[in-house]
Design a protein around this ligand. Structure first.
Ligand SMILES: *Cc1c(COP(=O)(O)O)cnc(C)c1O
Length: 461
């Protein structure tokens, strides 16, 4: 067999210097940040894996497109260029730009809520999506397959809907009480796990049977299409764009945070298949919330960069590099015995800190402990996704225990090389080898809402 050679499918034309610090400096920096990685300055981070949202690198073609931006308040050329790309990719008739994903949620989700107390059902609602469902007076129900919570089970599509639960909820609440079904692809809160085409098709069939609308929350729809091509029977010879189009054919509406698979630092969109009435409503509401419907909170130049980024993100060579890079990091960790969620998802490696630091109880935040130790080890910033993030019971004020305690290592798009991934892996493995020394944390200040962002801590020695 002929060997295939694979590395980053780009070369680097412009560089952004990053600073390396000493271990002694990092110990002080972290202490001054109240042991909360969110309070570190980006300058004091060597490799930043906090999020893949808006942190990607734009291409030469995107930067060139920015020079063509038309900043007209109404009817900008940039809008029409972006509109034609969105229509081509989705096959939908209507398009409205917004400033980011939550802008799309804020404008669209209330439109299907006819009275308070209706329900949206999703495989798993992303947290801003859940917030906008609730702000719209509706309630959010998740219906993901049970395999999603088994961190070791080798399942190709752990982001799938549980169809039985979905149908049960529809019948229990009554179809007329369901505002819509939200297909999150890939399933962000489940570790960027993909959803199969077969599952999307089945959800659409159920939705049609009960007369319910389907919405794709598709920040990472291109990564999802790549997983389908790789793993689902019958898709190996299909083009990514055709797989993407088939995904869109099973929904009526597409909401997107373009900060992920749009390959831009800020942006979002709403696309609607054929419901002119809904489009008119969104056009009405986008004006006070985001801006006039031909800019929706975006600069003309940003719309041009997004038009190019959407096409680049569907390039199969790019997608292979993208998914392989995340997998490369995960496989290295796994080979060294570090417990991670498996199979590895599309945008991040989730390190299982329940097994990494079993001696630290949930209310001393094992994943925060691992994350802080990895920062001290090599200046790498991950993020806690566990009981600290989950917060307290609103009634009893007790700390809630999360089902999982993760350190998420989220990989920005086209930003770091595989040598950077080697540094990250070496740092996590070094911490793993000394895991018995890890200490739990207690609050020195606990912020009353969204406490993970601004609280401060001290180690329990
Ligand atoms: C990021 C994300 C959002 C929210 O988008 P923002 O651009 O951060 O406002 C919504 N849904 C999913 C699945 C996401 O990943």
């Amino acid at each position: 067999m002929k060997k295939t050679y694979q590395a980053e499918p780009f070369r680097i034309k412009m560089v952004e210097p990053i600073k390396q610090t000493t271990r002694a400096e990092r110990i002080t920096l972290l202490k001054n940040a109240g042991y909360n990685p969110f309070s570190l300055k980006s300058d004091d981070v060597y490799i930043d894996l906090l999020t893949d949202s808006g942190t990607g690198a734009m291409s030469q073609n995107q930067w060139a497109a920015m020079m063509m931006g038309d900043e007209a308040y109404a009817g900008s050329r940039s809008f029409y260029r972006l509109e034609s790309v969105v229509k081509k990719i989705t096959g939908y008739a209507y398009f409205i730009p917004v400033h980011q994903g939550r802008g799309a949620e804020k404008v669209f989700l209330p439109q299907l809520v006819k009275h308070p107390g209706m329900y949206y059902i999703s495989n798993i609602h992303f947290d801003t999506t859940r917030a906008h469902v609730e702000l719209a007076g509706a309630r959010a129900i998740d219906s993901v397959i049970e395999a999603c919570y088994d961190l070791d089970q080798d399942h190709p599509f752990k982001g799938n809907f549980c169809l039985e639960t979905l149908e049960k909820v529809i019948l229990e609440k009554g179809p007329q009480e369901i505002a819509g079904i939200i297909m999150t692809i890939t399933n962000n809160s489940a570790g960027g796990q993909p959803v199969s085409m077969e599952n999307l098709r089945a959800v659409k069939k159920i939705a049609d049977h009960y007369g319910i609308m389907t919405i794709i929350d598709g920040a990472r729809y291109a990564e999802n299409a790549y997983f389908i091509k790789e793993r689902e029977q019958g898709y190996q010879d299909k083009d990514i764009i055709d797989i993407a189009r088939e995904q869109f054919s099973y929904a009526d509406v597409f909401l997107m945070s373009a900060k992920k698979d749009g390959l831009v630092n800020m942006g979002g969109l709403i696309a609607i298949k054929n419901r002119k009435d809904l489009y008119d409503l969104c056009r009405t509401y986008v004006v006070p919330y985001e801006g006039f419907p031909t800019y929706g909170g975006l600069n003309g130049r940003d719309m041009d960069a997004l038009a190019v980024g959407l096409e680049e993100a569907l390039d199969e060579h790019y997608l292979r590099y993208r998914i392989d890079q995340v997998r490369y990091l995960g496989d290295k960790l796994r080979a060294a015995g570090v417990p991670i969620q498996y199979p590895i998802g599309g945008h991040a490696v989730f390190v299982d800190c329940k097994r990494f630091a079993p001696h630290i109880p949930f209310d001393q935040f094992p994943a925060l402990s691992v994350t802080n130790a990895v920062y001290i080890e090599a200046g790498v910033r991950g993020v806690e996704i566990g009981s600290l993030l989950l917060g307290r019971d609103p009634d009893t004020k007790e700390n809630l225990e999360s089902r999982t305690e993760f350190m998420r290592l989220t990989i920005p798009r086209r930003v770091y090389t595989s040598s950077h991934m080697d540094v990250v892996a070496d740092a996590v493995i070094a911490v793993y080898q000394n895991r018995k020394e890890l200490k739990g944390y207690r609050f020195t200040y606990e912020s009353p809402i969204l406490r993970h962002f601004t609280s401060t801590f001290e180690p329990i020695l």
